[in-house]
Design a protein around this ligand. Sequence first.
Ligand code: ZN
Length: 258
Amino acid sequence: MMRPLDTIIELQEALEQLHRAETQLGGIPDWMQELDAEYRERKEEIDELESATEAGRLERKTAEAGIADAQEKLKRYQRQINEVTTQREYGALLQEIDTVKGQISAFEEQGIAAMERTESAKQALEEKRAGFQDLEDRYQAELARWDKEKPSLADEARKLRERVEVLRERLSRPYLSQFERIHERTHGQALAPIRRIERKGPTMWHCGACNYNVRPQVLVEIQNRGSLIQCDSCKRILYVEGERESAPAEANAAHSPA
Ligand SMILES: [Zn+2]
């Protein structure tokens, strides 16, 4: 008969594989990460240059509208100048004309600066776009490859879900709810391997997740009976890596009656 701990270990593995498959299905696969990052980065640069070009164009348009308005005003003042009768009016009008001329040259400078910015953004944009084509082609090719791989990954995820169900049913209620509680609390890391502490002196063991000390009796208990024992500190279910059935000689030797 299968021991609950062995089922729990299998369940944990199946859940991890399922999580990986679902994460990939919901995003992009590992082998595409690098290209995807490069693609996004270049795309962002292009988007920024496009915005800069558009902003420059709008600014130039605003400046031109400003110039047109100011020139209208200027014409009006120049017509009025023939109609003034007093020295004071004449002086005031000249003042207005000066102001509006100043506005025109400010708008002109603004327009030229905007035009220069637009030009350099456009030029950079063309260069970026030329270099982007190759990346775009490679990206599209990988996307197509990914689209082809998706169905088999989806199928794998479906099989894993079935496997998870089978394993869940194999566990009795209390064991299953114990596992699920820990699984949820530990964000999917319900198990912790027991590891040997590498050092001189008597053999000691600790929890592979939190390093807390594990008593040798616990190790023996798990190896011999497959008992469900939680780490005293992080409360994960402890297991022995790679050896579900037999106890290592050291642990036995340390605790066999003298
Ligand atoms: Zn622990």
